[in-house]
Write a protein that binds this ligand. Sequence first.
Ligand code: ZN
Length: 413
Amino acid sequence: MPLDPWMFMGKIDAFEKEGTDNVLTKLWEGGIRTIVLGDLILDGHPAFAPNPDCYRDTKTRPPAMPAELAPRARIVADAVKAAKDRGFGVYLHDWGQFQGKCLNDPEYVKYGIARSRDAFEHYPGLNGFIADGPEYGYEIEPEHRSNIFRCFCECCEAKAKATGYDFEAIRLAADRFQGRLSHLDRNVVERLVEVPTGLFDPVDMLLWEPDLFDWLRFKTESILDLLGGMRTGIRQVDPGLHLACGPRTAAFAPLTAYNFRRLSEVTDFICPKFYFWMHGIDGMKGTVYRWAKTFIDWHAWMSEELALKLVYKIFGFTLPGVACLEDLGKPLSGAFFTETVAGEISKAILRVGDVWRIRPWVGLHHGGVRMDASEMSPIMVAMEQGGLKSYIHWHYSDMQPVEWEIVKSFCAR
Ligand SMILES: [Zn+2]
């Protein structure tokens, strides 16, 4: 079965550089029927001037748009109208919906809804919004921007109290977890990577450390409250508007407190990141590398092979053909796509149920080591064979001609 590709317009100045008509004609003739615009930035400023009436109930003030950007902003607004007139679906990705740092800031939902209302006024006919995240961290590397041991700020404390969690207990559980990961017992690790495990092994661990489970539950519920609150507010702006979000792929999602099943109840669809590259923001190989490297840094006895086996055990997948850290910089093997990627697709479908509610982001890099375009077709084959129907290509202005040919060749039209 062919796929329904959506195209992410990651640089909205593409319309002024190439001409709106040229861009839309190219995409339509290539079989694209939905575009995702984002992030709504022109020269570091928002692409529309805020309507202060939308922000009457928010403490956060929206950023102004310099007057000289008005003609360029008009091109973007006209492009949205032209796309709608041609029959494209149009979504926004990261539309300036939050200015703060913590997802438990009560201002997040209020401001997010206000910003969505404002955006909808500027771009009438929008189909909806796709948030990047919001999520908790997923890296154990100290000082990484996505550190899993954050956040424990005053907003999190207030949220924990309001939702019945013992904030101090979950903070200490996170501390103990970090302590355990950084002081692993060699015999335990060597046994763990070989022993078969099933569904109830994580249950066994969480029964041993119930506060750790409370920490994960707290994070999951705060994300559901945030997205559920935003969707309710966005539906009040217009009942037809959709809200989607972008978790990491199934293997990493629980770590970031994303439960695909419950997430599907508060969003219209989810866009897991099928990002597999090395380094950068944030590919599967990059995360595997950072976890394995950090384990090695923390434990003088840890070999690269054992560290990788441990990471595979933790996340429930393997990278076939990767036995040392240097291998992560090489192209992925065929077995990776037919086994690991296929496994991630199956897991997502198992958790969500409806394949139309899963629309992965697919790209070859975001910083880091760019994957070869030849690695793109096997991802598409795995999606087709795994039963997925649609995906979002990252992204139009970064796309090489060979990538565009691959997108078109798998297209339903
Ligand atoms: Zn916080």
